[in-house]
Design a protein around this ligand. Structure first.
Ligand code: G3P
Length: 250
């Protein structure tokens, strides 16, 4: 299973990489438009940050323009995957660039049929738009799952990459369906880490441990600390002949 971040935010990409959970970064024209860089600068700067693919979407609407952009993106960095739209020009471009060995797939997918056509053309991935399908009255997670089942039945290697995922409930359903890959915007990505039950559980452990201090402390260090806190000497009992060397071992 691969998890991608749908963002161009360098800080977040670094952060998720530190947690060891990030397999790549997806972008789309809206995400790139919100940066200060050129299209190329944005894509190449992300590619430098991660050990995994960065997905870059073409903007042209005709096949000739898409082919030109796909070839250029492919040269920008070692691990670029080209996103083509689920349009006739997109499929024509896919057919052409895949025979050239360029990694590319189909995005903005709204049906099983669009996904199967892409897989027939050896798409690297297809990206069903889960929440937008749900907005349109379908169950987006079911559509993504059906695409995965069809690909398994036909033996296609094309990755099912669930996109447009807007909440943690959808994420959990996608996990249960065994979807190959999911891309998440930062707010949804972060929601995966947090749970009130975890916070409450940890608060209980902190309370139970109280002021006992460093769990790595040796017995001697613990005793010195407790002497300092209570103002007593641990082996004070030795003077009266009732103590032991450590003063507390009896
Ligand atoms: O990568 C596709 C995604 O960004 C679209 O998400 O929430 O606009 O449907 P959304």
């Amino acid at each position: 299973m691969r998890l991608y971040a749908d963002t161009a935010d360098h800080e977040l990409i670094r952060e998720y990489t530190r947690y060891g959970v990030l397999d790549g970064v997806t972008t789309n024209p809206s995400i790139v438009a919100a940066t200060d860089g050129t299209y190329r600068e944005t894509i190449t700067s992300i590619a430098e940050l991660i050990d995994g693919p960065v997905f870059a979407q073409v903007l042209a609407e005709d096949a000739a323009g898409m082919i030109e952009q796909a070839r250029a993106y492919d040269e920008w960095a070692e691990d670029v995957i080209v996103k083509l739209p689920a349009t006739r020009a997109g499929y024509e471009t896919l057919d052409r660039v895949r025979t050239e060995g360029i990694r590319a797939g189909i995005t903005v997918v709204f049906s099983l049929s669009q996904a199967v056509l892409a897989a027939k053309n050896d798409a690297t991935f297809v990206a069903p738009y889960v929440a937008r399908l749900t907005d349109a009255g379908e169950d987006g997670v079911d559509v993504a799952a059906a695409i995965g089942e069809a690909f398994d039945a036909y033996g296609y290697d094309t990755e099912v990459l669930a996109a447009s995922v807007r909440n943690e409930f959808q994420v959990r359903r996608l996990y249960r369906a065994g979807i190959d890959a999911i891309t998440l915007a930062p707010a949804v990505f972060e929601a995966q880490f947090d749970h009130r039950g975890t916070e409450e559980g940890l608060a209980g452990f902190r309370e139970a441990w109280g002021e006992r201090g460093d769990p790595l402390a040796t017995r001697a260090e613990t005793e010195v600390e407790s002497e300092a806190e209570t103002g007593t000497e641990v082996n004070a009992g030795a003077e009266t002949g009732t103590g032991t060397e450590a003063g507390i071992r009896e």
